[in-house]
Design a binder for this molecule. Structure first.
Ligand code: FES
Length: 152
């Protein structure tokens, strides 16, 4: 299966998701990680996402991709995306939520989808805090669903 159908956060350092990478690689005829890093920033930080960028470049160019490499990239991506979301929650979401008397009770991360269950009675301001912080600090392409436990 093509990894293009699996929308995900590829570069956690620069907040760049796979749909934007596929589009830019095609539109800009980018052929290397260095060209991608120059055009989008992705891959130009810690370098952990570079194998995944290589995979996208290979897919767009029609070169075969080793399924083992795809599985490994998927596992790293899943772990690192959840870690990036948890870091943003610890650094900027929780301090703000404390200010409005709310807290996070559950978190689920699946590709670009993030579901956050807030404490009972948290209200729309708490949901806005979560959404704004994750879109700003992790990736603007995330689909963040933050809801009060009472709404679930
Ligand atoms: S995750 Fe892409 S450079 Fe760090």
């Amino acid at each position: 299966m093509s990894s293009e159908s699996r929308a995900r956060l590829v570069c956690r350092c620069r907040g760049v998701a796979s749909p934007r990478l596929f589009e830019a690689v095609r539109a800009g005829a980018l052929a290397s990680v260095a060209e991608v890093a120059k055009a989008l920033g992705a891959g130009g930080g810690c370098g952990l996402c570079q194998p995944e960028i290589e995979e996208i470049l290979a897919e767009v160019a029609g070169r075969p991709v080793d399924p083992g490499v795809t599985l490994e990239n998927e596992a790293i991506c899943r772990e690192e995306t959840r870690a990036a979301v948890e870091r943003a929650i610890a650094r900027s979401v929780q301090p703000q939520l404390r200010g409005v008397g709310a807290r996070i009770e559950a978190l689920a991360v699946d590709g670009l989808r993030v579901r956050v269950r807030l404490s009972h009675g948290a209200g729309p301001e708490a949901a806005r805090i979560v959404r704004d912080a994750l879109l700003r600090d992790v990736c603007a392409d995330l689909a963040v669903d933050a809801s009060d436990a009472a709404d679930a």
